[in-house]
Design a protein around this ligand. Structure first.
Ligand SMILES: Cc1cc2nc3c(=O)[nH]c(=O)nc-3n(C[C@H](O)[C@H](O)[C@H](O)COP(=O)(O)OP(=O)(O)OC[C@H]3O[C@@H](n4cnc5c(N)ncnc54)[C@H](O)[C@@H]3O)c2cc1C
Length: 385
């Protein structure tokens, strides 16, 4: 069933690009607006003119998924190169392997344990007096004991979230965060990789359709809604309502960029767990494209802090207070007709790229079905609450 209506899509990130393309393919005339002067949203990457390094401007992005349809989708627009995320951490003047694995445990405790021995040893360390862990700290102590918690979880978490792990819910650390083998691949997903020419090139491919017009450097305001049959909004949910109930809390990141002649740290990601180091990690971008050979290097020191009014919102905080505020905005959004809120900002959830694409594909399909059935289109595909 083809459409011939006019659609506005707010945001030229992955959400907006995928929804725009799917609806353009279905015959709709799609206008995409982004307040930034570039496409690709937070996945935006650009080649540094001096060094030739492909830089992930809003922080490194690694593609990983178990969703075969999404994997096939992105591979239509870009060749994906093999990439495994292997993270190191500097703690107390030593370098360890992450996620905490058998190598980390053996190095940290000066042992040569085999898996079963390490498991028994860590079980001994676990604080079994905590029957029903409520906080992040209790959960970590319950799983791994105080030494590993303080070395590998406490300082990093404090810097990342700007509060004590005693104030964070246990749910942040759901599973046993330790591996009893030498697997140091950060992700478990079947499909992992990096786009050969960067995410911007991939998103440009998605947007390349005659039914799509992109307006960059253009803020969309809801007063424009009436000119369209439907609006898909991937901007901040609270921003859509001019923050009338207050601002939803986010963490933001400051990147201190520096260059280096040669190889600065020998790996893509080096975390810093010590509380007296003010940054959480250093990322060295050329190591995210290991198939390329460049002499110079571009690195980011990453600092995490509370997001202010003029900052880029990165991670939704979603603690009790924010959830109450979110409920007010969700109620307001659900009263809107002809607007669907999508993506990481529109639904105030942390979404990886594969989930963003999956939801964008499903949102476009739902829109086509509802309009074909003459039924109302919901404000959210999944409730953000
Ligand atoms: C630091 C960091 C690291 C990440 N690393 C990974 C990773 O390794 N792997 C992974 O899978 N995912 C990662 N992600 C998640 C990934 O960034 C998201 O999945 C993806 O960016 C979501 O796309 P989106 O289109 O929903 O949002 P965005 O990319 O944020 O796009 C929204 C766009 O809307 C525009 N906009 C907002 N309001 C308006 C308005 N009123 N008018 C016009 N335009 C507007 C914004 O300028 C923005 O470009 C990471 C996220 C962060 C924050």
């Amino acid at each position: 069933m083809g459409g011939n209506g006019k659609i506005a899509v707010v945001g030229a990130g992955l959400s907006g690009a995928v929804i725009g393309r799917e609806l353009a393919l279905a015959g709709y005339s799609v206008e995409i607006f982004d307040v930034r002067d570039h496409i690709a949203g937070n996945c935006y990457s650009e080649r540094d003119a001096d060094t030739g390094v492909m830089v992930h401007i809003y922080g490194p992005h690694i593609f990983h998924t178990d969703d075969e349809e999404v994997w096939n989708y992105v591979n239509r627009f870009q060749t994906f190169m093999p990439y495994k995320n292997r993270v190191k951490t500097t703690v107390d003047e030593q370098v360890f392997s992450l996620p905490v694995n058998l190598h980390t445990i053996n190095q940290f405790f000066g042992k040569t344990f085999r898996p079963d021995e390490a498991r028994a040893f860590i079980e001994e360390k676990a604080d079994k007096t905590i029957a029903d862990p409520q906080t992040f700290e209790e959960q970590a102590l319950r799983f791994v004991g105080r030494e590993l918690y303080e070395a590998f979880f406490k300082g990093y978490t404090e810097k990342q979230w700007g509060c004590s792990p005693t104030q964070l819910p246990a749910s942040i650390l759901k599973r046993l965060p330790v591996r009893f083998n030498y697997d140091d691949n950060y992700f478990f997903h079947r499909f992992q990789g990096m786009p050969e020419n960067g995410y911007t090139d991939m998103v440009a491919g998605i947007l390349d359709h005659p039914g799509i017009t992109v307006h960059l450097g253009t803020r969309f305001d809801k007063s424009q809604n009436d000119a369209y049959d439907h609006v898909f909004y991937s901007g901040p949910l609270d921003g859509y309502f001019n923050y009338e109930f207050g601002r939803l809390g986010y963490r933001t990141l400051d990147f201190e960029r520096f260059t280096y002649e040669g190889d600065y740290q020998g790996c893509a990601v080096m975390n810093y767990g010590d509380p007296d180091v003010p940054y959480t990690r250093i990322t060295e971008h050329k190591h995210f494209s290991p198939w390329e050979s460049v002499a110079g290097s571009v690195c980011y020191r990453e600092f995490s802090r509370l997001c202010g009014e003029d900052d880029v919102p990165f991670y939704p905080i979603r603690l009790v207070e924010e959830k109450q505020l979110l409920a007010s905005y969700v109620e307001r959004a659900e009263a809107e007709t002809s607007v669907t809120f999508v993506g990481r900002l529109g639904t105030y959830r942390y979404l990886d790229m594969d989930v963003t694409i999956r939801e964008a594909l499903d949102t476009a399909a739902l829109y086509r079905k509802k309009t074909a059935d003459n039924a109302p289109v919901p404000a959210f595909l999944h409730s953000p609450l």
